[in-house]
Design a protein around this ligand. Structure first.
Ligand code: SF4
Ligand code: ZN
Ligand code: ZN
Length: 308
């Protein structure tokens, strides 16, 4: 297959990727160009940040977050990495993730902020999940990561945190929230969560790019990323929704993008109104971070652990 852009210029160059839902075959050079243009367009469309602001990029060591850091840095944004070390021992996951992030930070010549869960709270994420009686490690992990991202951003003077969530993540989350009719979550699901009530702005510049596209971007740019992923990932319920959407995408290319884009355009504004009316934020009595209850969920889990 030949690159469509090269062909339009009268050149014959072999394509490295075929984007089925865009009916687009591209060579390495034009795929990189196309990918970065999509990122820039999303950043601008949703007014995520400007080149005058410093951006905290949450990096796990996986393909999405490192590709995001790489792309934003290349596009000229002032980026800083944030790695939260969770203390997951299986497959040496946390140790390796930290090494990969450190090396990548060196390659980019950009600073990396590292927060270690065990040093910060005295427990690894798996110890917290076990001790707090929550079976789902991933939901505990998500709560702590969101908490720390916000805390570090505030302490270090960042107004915006960027995460590498891609279209596969966002459409799977949307399907999961829709099946459960989680109106509050539906109202809050967005490429941009504005700064409010003690939360810094959170953005997802990859929300319209598929996992296939982000992994391809990582490969063509020779980014070393954690291929294995976290040992707990297979238990995550999001994996079922991703598989269901992958089947639909295979049968009907473009399903994921349509599902998510149409939601943002037509359904989200309806749910958003309900959230604004129902959500009241106050400061956690223990740590002072924003929460809807008197004590935030992180402090509640830590208190339960201390009582054990
Ligand atoms: Fe955390 Fe679960 Fe992701 Fe592992 S798979 S990093 S436990 S959310
Ligand atoms: Zn080309
Ligand atoms: Zn708290």
């Amino acid at each position: 297959m030949l690159c469509k852009v090269c062909r339009s210029k009268g050149k014959r160059k072999k394509a490295v990727i075929y984007l089925r839902h865009h009916r687009l075959a591209l060579c390495k050079e034009h795929f990189i160009e196309w990918f970065e243009r999509q990122v820039e367009r999303t950043v601008k469309k949703f007014k995520m940040f400007t080149r005058k602001e410093k951006v905290l990029v949450a990096v796990s060591g996986g393909k999405d977050s490192l590709s995001l850091w790489f792309a934003l840095n290349k596009l000229g944004y002032e980026t800083y990495g944030l790695h939260i070390s969770l203390g997951i021992e299986g497959w040496d996951y946390s140790k390796e993730s930290l090494r990969v992030c450190r090396e990548f930070s060196g390659r980019l010549g950009r600073p990396l902020i590292v927060v270690n869960l065990k040093e910060e709270f005295g427990y690894t994420v798996e110890e917290i999940a076990k001790g707090s009686g929550r079976r789902d490690v991933c939901s505990v992990c998500g709560t702590f990561k969101r908490y720390l991202m916000n805390k570090v951003a505030k302490e270090e003077g960042f107004k915006v945190v960027a995460t590498g969530h891609n279209l596969d993540d966002e459409s799977a989350l949307l399907l999961s929230n829709t099946i459960r009719w989680e109106l509050g979550y539906l109202g809050r699901q967005s490429p941009v969560l504005p700064e409010e009530g003690g939360f810094v702005k959170k953005v997802k510049p990859f929300c319209f790019l598929t996992e296939k596209e982000t992994v391809s971007y990582a490969i063509v740019n020779e980014i070393e990323y954690m291929e294995k992923g976290c040992p707990n990932a297979k238990e995550a319920t999001s994996a079922h929704f991703k598989r269901a959407l992958a089947y639909l995408e295979h049968k009907m290319p473009g399903t994921k993008l349509r599902f998510y884009k149409e939601f943002l355009k037509r359904a989200r504004p309806v749910f958003e109104k309900e959230v604004k009316e129902g959500l009241e934020l106050n400061e956690c009595e223990v740590c002072g971070m924003p929460t809807t209850s008197p004590v935030c969920s992180v402090c509640r889990m830590l208190q339960r652990l201390k009582e054990c």
